[in-house]
Design a protein around this ligand. Sequence first.
Ligand SMILES: NC(=O)c1ccc[n+]([C@@H]2O[C@H](COP(=O)([O-])OP(=O)(O)OC[C@H]3O[C@@H](n4cnc5c(N)ncnc54)[C@H](OP(=O)(O)O)[C@@H]3O)[C@@H](O)[C@H]2O)c1
Length: 225
Amino acid sequence: VQIGILGTGTLAAALGTAWDRAGHELVIGGRSPDKAEALAGHLGSSARAAAPREVASSAAVLLAVPWTAAADVLRDAGADEGTMRGTVLLDPTNAVEHGVGVLQTPAGVSAAQQIATLALGAQVVKAFHLLPADHWATIHNPGTPPMTVPLCGDDSAAVTVVAGLVRDAGATPAILGSLHRARQLEEVAGFVIGLAFAGSDPNSAIPRIAAPTHAHTTPAAVQLT
Ligand SMILES: NC(=O)c1ccc[n+]([C@@H]2O[C@H](COP(=O)([O-])OP(=O)(O)OC[C@H]3O[C@@H](n4cnc5c(N)ncnc54)[C@H](OP(=O)(O)O)[C@@H]3O)[C@@H](O)[C@H]2O)c1
């Protein structure tokens, strides 16, 4: 899959590295062409820098920018004119108040659904918002516990593409259902971020519930609906 990445920061570099390792072709764009060139150069020969409008036409695009920048970045990429029509648009944003974790989006509305209204014809999939970026660098280290990436989206083909990208990065996808579940995923991230900033290990607040005894192997994907 040709993957476009809008943004040149921490998450762009982490997932770019993971997908480069898995053999994907990468197109990187950001508001700073120099930073896009630098990240593409860092990622290797299968990566190149391009203008945001060109990145937008990739088969799948990761929106690796802060929630507060999402509307401007999508507009710069021409998403309101249809440049992302048919594109699988991965939304990893966390629209949360820094350090507290309270969602900034109005009650009942998810960032992912708002992004879908800003990118005409794109197939938005909420994914990759929960795991800290540095986890992608260590995921293949011996002894690292298995990681699960919950995701949701309205288009089953787009969800299948993103589930594949989760596996390529080294984690197991857990498919929650359609995009109306995105708010729930975003609330979970706000809760986790809030605990972490308060100095508490979020894992200590989540009950460890043993998988069913028949689950001897890691499934290719967990389907919740
Ligand atoms: N880092 C993580 O562990 C992590 C994990 C899960 C999800 N996320 C989510 O992933 C997204 C990216 O996070 P990050 O950690 O990669 O952030 P980051 O390192 O701060 O990088 C942000 C990127 O967005 C660009 N940007 C910022 N404001 C912009 C604006 N107004 N217009 C255009 N571009 C703008 C930055 O460009 P400049 O360099 O030019 O400023 C940079 O390329 C966020 O929504 C975050 O919530 C992050």
